[in-house]
Design a protein around this ligand. Structure first.
Ligand code: CIR
Length: 256
């Protein structure tokens, strides 16, 4: 059962963050509104929120998921792969230190973005991406092994259109994964029940199971319907402004 989440208010210069572009500039008033609705949804799922203040030095800092990997048995701070984002970590360290007194860190030359790390019970899939390198993935795997978790790597560098592994993969609990078509035939996912997202709905693959609810981006009816038919209770959230900056639902919080 998840009980808490760390979130961070988007800064006024959110639009200056990293993006692969193409969808236009986010409108700050809408960013704040969508972020607030997201926070409300987490509260509705029973989570107590730790809210970090906005920090204009780091326009991407609302995407807190990338700065740490948190598990039931321990947590590790990452070393984000984009140099403009490494300074986001100290504020998250402070917030997590209250819950996880012994915090490890990914070390140079390793880099890891939390968005590349997908927990599936006692196993973790670690994406090798433009942000998470082999050295970082190996450090993370060792850390996870020390907590008696297994892990395996999924190289996504040749997959178009996804920044992180979890841009195209979500775990819904048990052995069920939501996955984009481009990842659906990977050997790594062979033993799981896959919900393969319709190609036009790729963005929605980044959904998040939080206790009894599955948060899904609004505007992707096929995935919403499939989840409903399988018995999941869903809540949809407007994510347009975060999508413009390559972010999804999972990126906006660290849940534990
Ligand atoms: C970035 O490029 O780092 C941010 N604009 C988006 C990060 C999204 N995070 C995630 O998918 N976990």
């Amino acid at each position: 059962m998840l009980s808490r989440a760390v979130v961070r208010t988007p800064s006024a210069n959110f639009a200056e963050g990293l993006t692969s572009g193409g969808l236009g500039a986010p409108v700050y008033a809408r960013v704040l509104k969508q972020h607030e609705a997201y926070c409300d949804a987490l509260v509705q799922c029973g989570l107590k929120l730790v809210r970090l203040e906005a920090d204009e030095r780091y326009p991407d800092s609302t995407f807190v998921e990338d700065t740490a990997v948190v598990t039931e048995r321990g947590a590790i701070l990452t070393r984000p792969g984009a140099p403009s984002r490494t300074g986001e970590v100290p504020a998250v360290r402070e917030a997590l230190a209250q819950v996880y007194p012994a915090l490890s860190s990914i070390q140079d030359p390793g880099s890891v973005d939390g968005g590349d790390v997908c927990e599936v019970g006692n196993h973790f899939f670690i994406g090798i991406s433009e942000r998470t390198n082999q050295a970082g993935a190996r450090q993370l795997a060792e850390f996870l092994a020390s907590l008696e978790y297994t892990s395996s790597f999924v190289d996504i560098r040749d997959v178009q259109g996804i920044l992180h592994l979890k841009s195209g993969l979500a775990h819904l609990g048990d052995d069920r994964l939501v996955v984009i078509d481009a990842l659906s035939d990977r050997e790594e996912f062979r033993d799981y029940d896959l919900i393969i997202v319709n190609k036009q709905e790729d963005y929605a693959a980044n959904c998040v199971r939080v206790n009894e609810l599955v948060l899904v981006a609004r505007g992707y009816p096929k995935l919403e319907k499939s989840l409903g038919e399988l018995g999941y209770q869903t809540t949809t959230l407007d994510m347009t402004e975060f999508q413009k900056m390559d972010g999804g639902l999972s990126c906006l919080s660290l849940r534990f």
